[in-house]
Design a protein around this ligand. Sequence first.
Ligand code: 5AD
Ligand code: SF4
Length: 518
Amino acid sequence: MNEEQRKQQAQINQVDNVERIKSASSDDMIAKYFQTSYEQQSPDIKKARKRRNEDVQFHYDFSIPEDVANIGKGKKFLIRTYGCQMNEHDTEVMAGILTEMGYESTSITDEADIILLNTCAIRENAENKVFGEIGHLKPLKLENPDLIIGVCGCMSQEESVVDRILKKHQHIDLIFGTHNIHRLPQLVKEAMFGKEMIVEVWSKEGDVIENLPKVRKGKIKAWVNIMYGCDKFCTYCIVPMTRGKERSRRPEDIIQEVRHLVAQGYQEVTLLGQNVNAYGKDFEDLEYGLGDLMNAIHKIDIPRVRFTTSHPRDFDDRLIEVLAQGGNLLDHIHLPVQSGSSEILKKMNRKYTREEYLELVQKIRKAMPNTTLTTDIIVGFPNETEEQFEETMTLMEEVGFEAAYTYIYSPREGTPAARKKDDIPEEVKKQRLYRLNDLVNKQSAESMKTYDGKTVKVLVEGESKKDPDVLAGYTERNKLVNFKGPKSSIGKIVEVKITEAKTWSLNGIMVESTVEVN
Ligand code: 5AD
Ligand code: SF4
């Protein structure tokens, strides 16, 4: 290790901004934890907004410390993942780290020596699920005291969650935050040999650590992080507090990762970020945005490239121009709108109006007439009126979204919207969600019908979940297709003739001559 590398390693290991305790079950220890970490760790929008100009370091020298390199030999790990693709990809990193420590993966809870819950904080029901699971694991821990149970992911960045686990769930051995994943080897060792609960949650976002090992879930499609964090501060959203400020990976590192995936035979990459359209805005030495990155990846020999999630505000002309080249840049854009009412959008701090969103859609459609548009929508934002909700319904129709993820607003502690008094009864919100979902289903079914009798290109992912005799995969425009075909087509792009359109999927028959199409 040279001097520079040693310095970087020291930075990775530094714990001066770390809220880290070993908590015993006594109230004294819990009180100590509150004093050391509560203030810094609480989701605090004012503090979070000030963070933008702080330096981010890039590290390329992650390694598993020698003293833990074989700690998992003969042992098994299980990671339960909740929430978004970012979490799924973090799970692949944690699986990579644990594998390098000698652990083997298992999907059987009783077999596991270490269980990690990679959690999601976006809505209350996501958190309730995790607390349910924490409760279910208690008898297992009582039966097997050597079992290590860890809680990580977005929930662990929330003070109230850490507090509740410390007070009520002493069978948890380890809590670590989204900026502490690279510290997993040391944390597992401490949890293994210590008698107390280990809590390590860095409130300040971490640096970018490049060479973390990964065990990817599949061999056909891969996630590629292009940036971390979010600086948009939508007033309902906890993510800027749980995931930290925007930090873009260097283009050369991303391109190298994609090239590597091509060499390993991957057919599709999805570029990941909470707000990918802000990619590169944090570079001080480089004028380089998502359009430039997509243009570079367009030239790489990988059949399919997707990206998620977009923010309409930063969706610029350069990106549209690049996407319009088509080829491996697929005809599907997920463009969360959240609401069709300009007044609600303002209260959400989305920084665009209904009209501006529609203008952007028109621009996209002009450049890419075949593009499928999908979206995210929140109903029942505090004090949303019937008229404002109706505007969401009309926008849904006007844009012709082919699918939408729809949610009832869930107040998140520490966010500005959660402080608002809300006069809309829960039942009214539920009714709005049902009405919206009826419309979403109708539009999805209509879009599916347009494929009846047509032939589409499908990347075959494997057997269908419901029937092993049926294969399943996605079209370029992200439609799920179930079809009969030879198993030899798994991992390939084949042509399928659609014979039946359902609400959320298509059925078809493979065009035999296309099995070698790639
Ligand atoms: N309540 C409901 N839905 C939310 N989302 C984000 N925060 C909340 C919240 N507090 C939704 C948004 C976002 C998606 C990932 O989750 O629609 O785009
Ligand atoms: Fe949350 Fe997305 Fe808004 Fe960022 S852009 S605050 S992740 S909804």
